[in-house]
Ligand binder design. Structure first.
Ligand SMILES: [Zn+2]
Length: 88
């Protein structure tokens, strides 16, 4: 079965990480707190991946900076989602 890199967000500690999982794996164990983290089903992060992968090979510092910014943004979005009760 093909495995893909998915974004996960932990609803317990707001950790944001990527995991290589099969298409039926909807949740994994959060590396931060050890509880179940959910696969991100909303799509705003889809388009950045090719961009990141192309950067990853040649400019670590820029990626780090950009990645931190992205994480902050995702955290905010995650909080918004949670506040609006759209997580199942
Ligand atoms: Zn967690």
């Amino acid at each position: 079965m093909a495995r893909h890199l998915y974004d996960f967000i932990c609803p317990h500690c707001c950790a944001d990480f990527e995991e290589l999982v099969g298409p039926d794996d909807k949740s994994v164990i959060c590396p931060e707190c050890g509880k179940d983290a959910e696969r991100q089903l909303c799509a705003p992060t889809v388009d950045w991946r090719p961009f990141v992968f192309s950067l990853r090979s040649n400019n670590e510092a820029a990626i780090d900076k950009w990645d931190r910014k992205r994480k902050k943004k995702l955290e905010v979005e995650h909080r918004k989602l949670r506040d609006h009760g759209t997580y199942e």
